[in-house]
Design a protein around this ligand. Structure first.
Ligand SMILES: [Zn+2]
Length: 310
């Protein structure tokens, strides 16, 4: 990729559908002319599109307005070959210091691409999320919901309540089993907590109820969660099923015994319309796996955004 000619790197990126075609499109400068096919610009020898309008005649780079590539001029501008190689390394989770050593590009350029990648992914996720419908393909599909904490930050003397100086980054995930593409993540706003608190606590009812209404109401699904109280919220068209995490003491024949946690168990539900029984596997193992996948890939030192600074 690094040794490809400027025209060939454009061809490679177009073949991989990373770079769209500008030819025939309306020129973005005055929105009057149309853009030509790629031609090598006299002087620079770089492949460019040219506007057909007699007043404009502007040359446009093939990566013009691209969400990941920079369309720059001058000394700091990196050729598309380097930018494409950088993107390839980043997409393979190569660490920033390694990228820096391999490509001899500065930290700023690597970090800028990180930011643009995050932004592009966020936009993509938000667009895709609109099409997610739980229980679309089957009646009484199994859906799991769970919350997890990704980060904590101490506000110190910036905390509005000095007794509770810790803010948390907590997210709720909802996913239909067998359909990983339905994973919906929603950022929660847990209360600040004391310095030594182990976590922000389970999801609150005021936060779960709108999520349940938005995503699950009338969808005819079986919802699997842990035993947090908030998930008990009654939602029309949702059967609820919970498992108990953590050891519990139970009385057996007059003696207290520890009961092992049931992460997975079989549960029966009655279909409210046909009155037939449905047997399902309880538990949140699918969304648990999603949390593990995400946490393995996150940069740990990304602190929860300070809500009082931003
Ligand atoms: Zn133009």
């Amino acid at each position: 990729m690094l040794t490809a000619t400027p025209l060939n790197v454009v061809k490679m990126l177009r073949a991989d559908r990373i770079l769209p075609k500008w030819e025939g499109k309306v020129c973005p400068r005055y929105e009057k002319g149309t853009l030509s096919g790629l031609k090598l610009e006299a002087g620079t020898g770089m492949p460019k599109h040219r506007c057909s309008h007699w007043k404009c005649r502007v040359y446009i780079n093939p990566q013009h307005l691209h969400p990941l590539f920079v369309d720059g001029r001058g000394a700091a501008a990196q050729p598309l070959q380097t930018q494409a190689a950088l993107l390839m390394l980043k997409l393979n989770n190569i660490s920033n210091p390694a990228v820096h050593r391999l490509l001899h590009v500065n930290h700023k350029m690597v970090e800028d691409l990180d930011k643009r990648l995050c932004h592009a992914r966020k936009t993509w996720v938000e667009a895709k999320e609109k099409d997610i419908v739980f229980g679309k393909d089957q009646k009484w599909a199994d859906v799991e919901a769970d919350e997890t904490t990704f980060d904590r930050m101490e506000l110190g003397n910036k905390a509005p309540d000095p007794k509770n100086p810790v803010v948390w980054e907590q997210w709720c995930g909802i996913v239909q089993r067998g359909h990983p593409e339905t994973l919906v993540l929603s950022r929660l706003s847990p209360r600040e907590s004391a310095k030594r608190a182990p976590g922000p606590g389970a999801i609150r009812k005021v936060e779960w109820t709108p999520l349940a209404k938005k995503w699950l109401q009338d969808k005819k699904v079986i919802l699997h969660t842990d035993s947090a109280k908030s998930y008990k919220t009654r939602v029309p068209g949702v059967l609820h099923d919970k498992v108990v995490h953590g050891k519990k003491r139970v009385k057996v024949k007059g003696q207290w015994k520890w009961k092992a946690p049931t992460y997975v168990k079989l549960a029966k539900h009655k279909n409210p319309i046909t009155k037939k029984m449905i047997t399902v596997k309880s538990g949140t193992q699918v969304v648990d796996r999603a949390w593990k996948f995400l946490k393995d890939r996150l940069t740990i030192n990304q602190n929860a955004k300070d809500p009082f600074l931003s």
